[in-house]
Design a protein around this ligand. Structure first.
Ligand code: CP
Length: 307
């Protein structure tokens, strides 16, 4: 089976058309259902360059690459020549020059990819595994897959995104795409973590005012590494005031689901007992990450097969 979706790179979620987006979800579902197979026509080599720590994105990309038959070259930022001062640009120029076809990159600089994709000397495809406080497009895709599996639509779904909105690339990618797909979005959390830049996608409110109406409650990780000012609350206070406590969870609709991109701070963003509860789709999100990344890689390979 070959895909009709062809992607040179995947950098920002809004770069996908609705048709490409729904096509990727379909391909991922087919991989998950084992009704789709893939045969590599020529050798393809991928390298995953994570300059920020990762478990899920890094390893599920590697799993997806291996399932599709790609060769995977290892890269460890801490032992690479970046520790001698080599720039990201020169690192990726090197990867391209030695014959890497696809680079998955996570880096703390917003839009790090701009200079890379504009360079005529860099010929590999770039998949954004997270740029600074910018975007996390494959997390968004796996979140959309998980929501679509549950509700078979996005239109009219009421979705609360809760927590560290301002610092979250997951919130940004999801807000952009869920708004385009006609979901109703609500942003909740401490005042200093809400961001007026998100007002075009939804409404700022308190979780307690809306929790009983939500179809999806999406918690975000508290990103201690991005907080340079002291926060005015402890982990326990955050949990009680803004988190999904057991008491709050009891007010959710029976059909509502709980999501979190993970890693989870248990008993901070949500109660420990809710992480693996019946309403939680956190494990499904991680599983879907492999299949959605297979779909993205297949679309990249379809583009590159014409080169
Ligand atoms: N959700 C996510 O991006 O997790 P990792 O940081 O472990 O990749």
């Amino acid at each position: 089976m070959t895909t009709s979706i062809k992607l040179k790179h995947l950098l920002r979620i809004e770069d996908l058309s609705d048709k490409e987006l729904m096509g990727l979800l379909t391909v991922a579902e087919e991989y998950k259902a084992k009704t789709r197979s893939f045969k590599l026509e020529k050798q393809v080599t991928a390298c995953n360059l994570f300059f920020e720590n990762s478990t899920r994105t890094h390893r599920s990309f590697e799993m997806a690459q291996r399932k599709l038959g790609l060769d995977v070259i290892q890269f460890d930022a801490s032992t690479s020549s970046t520790s001698k001062g080599e720039s990201l640009y020169d690192t990726i120029l090197t990867m391209s020059a030695i014959g890497i076809d696809v680079c998955v990159i996570r880096h703390n600089q917003d839009e790090y990819y701009k200079q890379l994709v504009e360079s005529p000397s860099i010929t590999c495809s770039i998949i954004n595994g997270g740029d600074g406080k910018g975007q996390h497009p494959t997390q968004c895709l796996l979140d959309l897959m998980t929501i679509y599996e549950e509700f078979k639509t996005f239109k009219g779904l009421k979705i609360a995104i809760v927590g560290d909105i301002r610092n979250s690339r997951v919130a940004r990618s999801n807000a952009i795409m869920l708004k385009r797909l006609n979901a109703e979005l609500y942003f909740c959390g401490p005042q200093q973590w809400l961001d007026p830049a998100f007002d075009e996608y939804g409404q700022r409110t308190e979780l307690d005012k809306i929790i009983d109406q939500m179809d999806v409650v999406m918690l975000l990780r508290v990103q201690h590494e991005r907080h340079h000012e002291e926060t005015s609350f402890s982990k326990e206070e955050y949990h009680q005031e803004f988190g999904l406590t057991l008491e709050r969870a009891k007010k959710m609709k029976p059909s509502a689901i709980i999501m979190h991109p993970a890693p989870v701070n248990r008993d901070v963003e949500l109660a420990d007992a809710l992480v693996e509860s019946k309403a939680s789709r956190i494990i499904a999100q991680m599983t879907n990450g492999v299949y959605i990344r297979m779909a993205v890689l297949e679309a990249i390979l379809a583009y590159r097969s014409n080169l």
